[in-house]
Design a protein. Sequence first.
Length: 365
Amino acid sequence: MALPGGGRAVGPERAGEVPHVLYVRFHPAPGEDVYQGLLTLLGELTPVVEALPPDAALADVRGALRYFGRDAAGLAEIVRVRALARYGVDCTVGVAANPLLARMAAHEAHEAQGARGAQESGAPGGGRSGRTAGAVRTVPGDPDAVAAFLARKPPIALPGVGPATARALSAYGLDSAARIAAAPLSTLQRILGAATARRVHAWARGIDPAPVTPNAPARAMGAEHRFRRDELDPVRRRRALLTLADGLGVRLRTGGQVAAAISLTVRYADRSTTTRTRTLTEPTAHTPALTAAAYALHDALGLQRARVRSVALRVEGLTDAGLASHQLTFDPADEKSRRLEAAADRARARFGVSAVRPAGFLDVA
């Protein structure tokens, strides 16, 4: 497929590769026990499963195609039926020759199903009892099909490209994957730097050498706040995040654990979700550090007029607090904050968890 500027987008590194990677996104986001069960379900098809908590997973089914006598899309349908029958969890599945394309296909399927569900619920007598059906979206393996799938995608649609990188590219007229793929690598390097340019150039051509890596999901804990009505006020959303971070901090300290990362999931009025994760500067159970990270994730989303139905925080990479190191500081405010936190924990242990609460605490709906 010819592209503007004389370039030609190519698909997976091996032309004509059979789609064999599934990116499965569950919705609504399951609880920890259900999520473990869903991973076990995927493990019934293939041992090559990579957990992507809290609501997704990758699976390489290359070795299962002949055994089950189905293509990858057929196995994706099996996953959907079993997930719904066993756990009442629907899902969208992207099927492609590598994780990058599979993730993008699943995102496209999820958006399409959300739009379809909104139309059905708005029609007289329409709707699906509050549930939007899932879907399977397949990206064929041949280069022309991959190029056609990517051609009109904006830079932000490429997993790994953030808002700042997308703005930098668009400022130079590189506002689609096709234009990025057609641009000389040297041009991208001047805009983004050598390492980032190579990655983005490959992604725009549908190339992702990263394999599906079997793993055990990181030990984690989470909490969610559901608003009584769709929330437009960012102040109330931040108060909810403060409440969740405080609760998670107490649970971590009570259990003698620290967290290495924190993720924020925002659910909107149309049932779509956004999840962002941040690695903490150091493993911690300190409530102010967790709250600051949660605020930063929320503010980075730029939710100016978004109707938010719920917010959820999840701390990941839990380890024993006794094994974690803490960077000493000469900041008296930090030391005072930690002493107050320890005193509050002692009060909670004696008089109950509601004995001490943040000033901006929200009752859990």
